[in-house]
Design a binder for this molecule. Structure first.
Ligand code: FE
Length: 228
């Protein structure tokens, strides 16, 4: 059995948000899909360990923001690799409170759905929530981010709590410059690609990165990186 076959399944990239009383939280999800059109219903798969899971269970509502292809890594990192238990993810983010009372992220968003939970299925590590769409709006035109694009082009990685996480085997190496992996989020610094978003030119070895350089995804400092 080759579980890498699962990489051929296509996904998008979304922020699923919910609320608990006056508190908001949201997380990156790639498993959002439409189930029926009458009534309009979608399903999301959320890790039980995540704070958003707790919020959806308690409030019975969630929203889905559909991210555009241009969404920066840092923005994805803010929602994907940080926990709402440690930080307020909505601080400094453009959002609105929807008709369900749950937050709707508007930044880097092509459109959003607001849903009321209709049912849930315990899948062990994850819960599948189904939700009837009670509001939806297109914000702007553009191409949605796909999981493959995020993974291949933006060099994104999946946190271990993602439903689609597959343990990757280490490559045999043989390259002149070593790659380094962030021990916090799994981001891999590839010297051949550099980190153009942070002004680091392709061809810059990890050792030559400035001391104040941080992981472009989660903000971890250089000492959190391990050679791979
Ligand atoms: Fe990181």
């Amino acid at each position: 059995m080759n579980l890498k076959t699962l990489f051929k399944v296509s996904y998008g990239l979304y922020i699923v948000s919910s609320k608990k009383e006056k508190n908001f939280n949201g997380q990156i999800a790639n498993t959002v899909f439409q189930i029926t059109s009458e009534p309009p219903t979608v399903a999301v798969s959320i890790n039980r360990k995540n704070l958003t899971h707790e919020f959806i269970k308690l409030s019975g509502v969630f929203t889905v923001s559909i991210l555009s292809k241009e969404t920066p890594m840092k923005f994805i990192g803010q929602f994907g690799f940080k926990s709402g238990r440690d930080i307020d993810k909505f601080k400094d983010v453009n959002y609105k409170t929807g008709i369900t009372g749950a937050p709707v992220v508007l930044e880097n968003t092509l459109g959003y759905l607001e849903c009321k939970v209709k049912g849930s299925m315990d899948m062990g590590t994850h819960t599948i929530f189904t939700g009837e769409i009670v509001d939806a709006e297109v914000i702007k035109e553009g191409e949605p981010m796909t999981y493959a694009y995020y993974h291949d082009v933006k060099r994104g990685t999946a946190p271990e709590t993602a439903p689609t996480y597959i343990k990757e085997t280490k490559s045999k190496g043989g390259t002149a410059m070593a790659k380094y992996k962030c021990s916090v989020c799994g981001y891999v610094y590839d010297p051949e690609k550099g980190d153009p978003d942070s002004g680091v030119q392709p061809g810059t070895p990890f050792e030559k990165l400035p001391d104040n350089w941080v992981c472009p995804v989660c903000g971890a400092t250089k000492d959190k990186f391990e050679k791979i």
